[in-house]
Design a protein around this ligand. Sequence first.
Ligand code: CP
Length: 303
Amino acid sequence: MRHLMSPLDFTTEELDKLFDLANDIEAHPEKYAHSCAGKIMATCFYEPSTRTRLSFESAMTRLGGSVIGFSDANSSSAAKGESVSDTIRVISCYADICAMRHPKEGAPMVASEKSTIPVINAGDGGHQHPTQTLTDLLTIRSLKGRLDNFTIGLCGDLKFGRTVHSLINALVRYEGIKFIFISPEELRVPDYITDMLREKNIPYEEVIRLEQVMPDLDFLYMTRVQKERFFNEEDYIRLKDFYILDTAKMDLAKKDMLVLHPLPRVNEISVEVDSDPRAGYFKQAQYGVYVRMALILTLLELV
Ligand code: CP
C-alpha cells in the first residue's frame, strides 16, 4: 500500500506514467467512467478548501466511485478532541482511500502511519501540497510539452505558501530549471529551500520588483499572501497587495509566458488578465481533476 505525502514520493518516471494516464483520461473520459465502481473515497478536510476537496470528489465521482467525508473540523469528532490517529483508524473501516487536509504540518503523515488505506496529503499547514504540485506539473507538461529548461518566477508569499515549497522540491529534479523568487523581504522563501538549491547547484535569484524580471520568465507562478498563517493582522494588511499582476506588467512578458496560480486568488492577479491567452490558472484547475483521477487509480492499483 502506498500513500502520497510529498511530490518526491514518486520518481520522475512514475510521474511521467501518472501524467500520461491523466492525459489519456482527459482525451477518453468514458474509458474510466466505471473504474472505481464500488470504491469509496473519504475527504477529511480540517481546513477550508474549494479546489482540492471538490476536485477529489469530482475525480472519484467521474471514476464511478462514491465519496464520504467532512469539510470542517468542527463538524467532525475532532471538535470533541479525537486524534487524527484514531480518526484514520475509523475512516479505514469506512473507505478505500482518504484525502486529508490539516492545518498542522505532518498530520497526514501521522495518519498514514496508522492507516490501512492509502492516505493522500491534501495540504498540511505551510509545509507541502503534493497534489497541487502534480496539478502544476501536469499543466506545464501538457501546455508546453516538457518539464525541463525553464526559467520560472515564483511571486508573492514564498514563506508560507506550501504550493511553492512543494513545486520547487519537485522541479529541482528536472534539467535546466532556473528559479526567480519575487517577494517582499518578510515573505522570502525559507532558508532550507535556498540551502538545498545551493547544495544542488541550481541557479536562483531573489528580487523584490516583479517588473524587473518579467521579460526573463517562461512561467510566472503567482501566489496569494496566506492570511491564515500570519500571527499579526497589521503585517498581513501591509503585505497583502504588495504584488498585483495587471495588463501593464503582462506587456513586459514574453509572448508565450504562462501565468499559473494555485488559486484562490485575492487581489494579486487583476481580473483584466483573465482574458490574456497566457493566463493558465483556470485551465490548471481543470488539470487538477485529471491528475487526481490518475492518482486515485494509481494508489488503488486499478491501472
Ligand atoms: N489550490 C488549492 O489548494 O485551493 P483550495 O484551498 O481551494 O483547495
